[in-house]
Design a protein around this ligand. Structure first.
Ligand code: HEM
Length: 262
């Protein structure tokens, strides 16, 4: 999954600017079966892992057996609907043509709904960032009190969880917008053009940061487990390395985003 997720991120956020990847761009990519297979495998891996992760997070909170059954059903239904939507788009992909109308083009409300979803997700992301910054500031101002948050592993865990849930939120919206490529390329172009809104630019940077951090932190956890390194020193050092490498890897995408915005 690391190869597929980071490969996709590289193409969309380091080689191109998302706001310039309209239906013509996707159509050119999907003209080849290999890229369609790549995108479908990415969808299957990211969706199943992300929904399973969010399901596990919510199941920790939900205690009653009936509520848990509802949650299980919602996870299966959600994953099935989005998997079907994405599969349909990838399978029909070669019909995509930039700018021209398709059978769903009469539904002009779709781009407005998707952009509304993106704006809501961006607002949630900024609130989450403010929450993390406020928690870190309070921790420093109280001179690093012992107890909750005194161990870097707790910060690594919280950031990993926020990043995983945020990326899943974006993935669901993204599957819904890409599904328009074969059926309403003109509406897809309108949605993608909305990515250029200045309000969404910090979210794009945070999305890249979340993906890179979550992937590196996941690899870190797997490596520590495989190497059987339980020592606090190994955890702290590896967390510091993940934070620094994430920051360094995000910088080029910020440069691309700032230089390439239409
Ligand atoms: C790029 C490759 C990825 C790797 C290596 C990876 C790795 C991991 C690992 C190791 C965990 C368990 C963390 C723990 O037990 O504390 C996890 C949890 C999770 N991941 Fe990923 N992941 C990746 C991509 C993604 C993507 C693309 C999404 C969203 C679509 C996602 C969403 C989640 C969620 C929601 C959780 C649950 C968080 C929690 O339990 O605290 N991950 N991931």
């Amino acid at each position: 999954m690391v190869v597929f997720v980071l490969g996709h991120l590289f193409i969309m956020h380091y080689q191109h600017v998302p706001a310039s990847t309209g239906a013509a761009f996707v159509g050119r990519r999907w003209a080849g079966a290999a890229w369609r297979a790549f995108d479908w495998v990415l969808l299957a891996l990211a969706l199943s892992h992300g929904v399973a992760g969010a399901h596990a997070v919510l199941r920790e909170r939900v205690r009653g057996p009936r509520a848990r059954t509802v949650l299980d059903g919602a996870a299966v239904a959600g994953a099935t609907i989005f998997a079907a939507l994405g599969t349909l788009a990838v399978a029909a992909g070669s019909r995509a043509a930039g700018g021209s109308p398709g059978p769903l083009s009469v539904h002009a409300w779709i781009p407005a709904a998707l952009l509304g979803g993106l704006l809501a997700l961006a607002t949630l992301t900024y609130l989450a960032l403010l929450g993390v910054a406020a928690a870190a500031a309070a921790y420093v101002l109280r001179r690093f009190p012992a107890g909750r948050w005194s161990y870097p592993g707790q910060w690594a865990f919280a950031l990993n969880r926020i990043a995983g849930l945020g990326v899943l939120g974006f993935l669901l919206l993204h599957v819904a917008d890409v599904a328009m490529v074969p059926f309403a390329p003109d509406l897809y172009d309108r949605t993608v053009a909305g990515y250029a809104l200045p309000y969404l630019a910090p979210m794009e940077i945070l999305l890249v940061t979340a993906v890179v951090y979550h992937a590196l932190n996941g690899l870190r956890l797997m490596a520590l487990e495989a190497l059987d390194r339980r020592a606090a020193r190994a955890h702290v050092l590896s967390f510091a390395v993940v934070v620094v490498v994430t920051a360094l890897l995000v910088i080029p995408s910020v440069v691309v985003l700032l230089q390439g915005r239409p």
